[in-house]
Design a protein around this ligand. Structure first.
Ligand code: NAD
Ligand code: UGA
Length: 465
């Protein structure tokens, strides 16, 4: 029976950092070392001022403060941590491939493979290797091939333990997960033993009834399926939002009526300017790619539609701004409130704000951005990454300010792209007074009350009504 004393996690990102912090908090007798090749990220995790850790998540800095230096460590010594560990989590990024076969669809597994090769090179005793990253179904097979063929004759057990946390609520999700999913080689004694070792880690705080064990392939595929189902709900309600706008129905009322059916449920029916985040698009594209590679074209087409709808939603929101502003935004000042892909995170990956802004830049608008947690350089980097506009043009045409009110002053239009709570509390009367008239307000998150804003004098547009 394996008892875990030392855990290593490769990858100190949005998943590795928070997940390991909670494991360390809940299992004080286990040493947890999070390693990364990104030196500045590790330095930030080790920053004396715990408020400077690289990931903003409500409640996370308190946990890091409690466990760091006790049984939670952040390091760039990847070899050292692998060597010492009984259990190694791989929590590195698995982005969409940007080159070669599967470009724009398949998951790029080069970082995963590098980890496997490093584990194989360094390990001198038996290890349990845990896939924490989201991976295509049957990736464990590739890992096993690398570990068994280039290793030092040690025994590896490979588990799949996908992560279901959502950013912005990561701590809450980790401390009270709906379920923990562990896939392993449950037909062998060693496999069962490895599964039990990981169950024992989570059982420190998760009721055993909520810890599911399956075979590896079911676990890998369940993660892609969960993200596909979640994203599909958003695209479904967003599709209805456009129909609502044409028919006089209100998408919030429709969502409420539909969500009260206990078979459907109320969550993930919030219409928006489109889902963002590092995973929904990447994981669905991956699912589409896998389906196509098995010749399942109808399955692939079905899921691809979720992405097509999402792209449409972002585009149509931006187009609505242009059309409403008398078909031209050239030289007009447009305030963008919110850059993160959702509230309570500083993550901007695939954020709708990036695409809406890019569209408006194509139309020669001047943009002023305010986001409470995203830094100026990140905003520029996000736009530069698209490659549509030069760095000089972006810096000239996009300004970033430190207060919402400053962004809105003298603007022709304001667009809300992230649902930060503070936007609800702004002095909208004052904002109206300071804007050019007519003052247009575009609510891409259904955050604001239409009636009060119209009473102030705004020309108000909200997604889905
Ligand atoms: P991230 O980019 O924030 O972090 C990944 C880290 O891995 C980076 O810091 C990178 O430097 C490091 N890394 C890459 N290769 C390395 C190597 N060979 N050695 C050491 N470090 C290495 O990514 P993330 O958001 O934490 O996502 C990680 C995985 O978890 C992805 O597969 C993602 O799909 C999945 N996931 C993410 C979320 C989320 O909310 N972000 C939720 C569930 C699952
Ligand atoms: C999502 C899943 O919710 C997690 O379970 C999963 O672990 C994670 O992806 C992952 O694999 O990375 P995350 O992307 O962090 O988590 O955040 P979500 O709350 O799912 O939001 C994703 C996007 O959808 C955001 O842009 C959000 O604003 C949008 N959204 C969400 C809507 O537009 N409407 C909704 O009703 C819900």
């Amino acid at each position: 029976m394996s008892t875990i004393k030392n855990i290593c996690c490769i990858g100190a990102g949005y998943v590795g950092g928070p997940t390991m912090a909670v494991i360390a908090q809940k299992c004080p007798e286990i040493n947890v070392t999070v390693v990364d090749i990104n030196k500045s990220r590790i330095a930030a995790w080790n920053d004396e001022d715990v408020e400077n850790i690289p990931i903003y998540e409500p409640g996370l800095s308190d946990i890091v403060k409690e466990a760091r230096g006790r049984n939670l460590f952040f390091s760039t010594d990847v070899d050292g941590a692998i060597d010492k560990a009984d259990m190694i989590f791989i929590s590195v990024n698995t982005p969409t491939k940007t080159y070669g076969i599967g470009k724009g669809m398949a998951a790029d597994l080069k970082f995963i493979e590098l980890c496997a090769r490093q584990i194989a090179r360094v390990s001198k005793n038996d290890k349990i290797v845990v896939e924490k990253s989201t991976l295509p179904v049957r990736t464990a097979e590739a890992l096993r091939n690398i570990l068994d063929n280039t290793g030092n004759g040690v025994n590896y057990q490979i588990l799949s333990n996908p992560e279901f946390l959502a950013e912005g609520t990561a701590v809450q999700d980790l401390q009270n997960p709906d379920r923990i999913l562990i896939g392993g080689d449950i037909d062998t004694e060693r496999g069962l033993d490895a599964v039990q070792a990981l169950v024992d880690v989570y059982a420190h705080w998760v009721p055993e009834a909520n810890i599911l064990t399956t075979n590896v392939w079911s676990s890998e595929l369940s993660k892609l399926t969960a993200n596909a189902f979640l994203a599909q709900r958003i695209s479904s309600i967003n599709a209805m939002s456009e129909l609502c706008e044409k028919t006089g129905a209100d998408v919030n009322e429709v969502a409420k009526a539909v969500g009260m059916d206990s078979r459907i449920g109320p969550k993930f029916l919030q219409s928006s300017v489109g889902f963002g985040g590092s995973c929904f698009q990447k994981d669905i594209l991956n699912l589409v790619y896998i389906s196509k590679s098995f010749g399942l074209n109808e399955v692939a087409d079905y899921w691809e539609q979720v992405i097509i709808m999402n792209d449409h939603q972002k585009r149509r929101f931006a187009a609505k701004i242009v059309k409403t502003l008398y078909n031209t935004v050239s030289g007009k000042k447009i305030a963008i409130l919110g850059w993160a892909f959702k509230k309570d995170t500083n993550d901007t990956r695939e954020s709708a704000a990036i695409y809406v802004t890019d569209y408006l830049l194509n139309e020669q608008a001047d943009i002023i951005v305010y986001d409470p947690k995203v830094k100026k350089e990140q905003i520029y980097a996000d736009l530069e990454y698209l490659g549509t506009h030069s760095s000089e043009e972006i810096r000239e045409r996009v300004k970033v300010v430190h207060a919402a009110q400053d962004a809105c002053k003298d603007s022709h239009a304001v667009a809300i792209l992230t649902e930060w709570d503070e936007f609800k509390e702004l002095d909208w009367q004052e904002i109206y007074i300071e804007m050019l008239k007519p003052a247009f307000l575009f609510d891409g998150r259904r955050l604001l009350n239409r009636k009060t804003k119209e009473d102030f004098g705004f020309e108000f547009y909200a997604i889905g009504s």
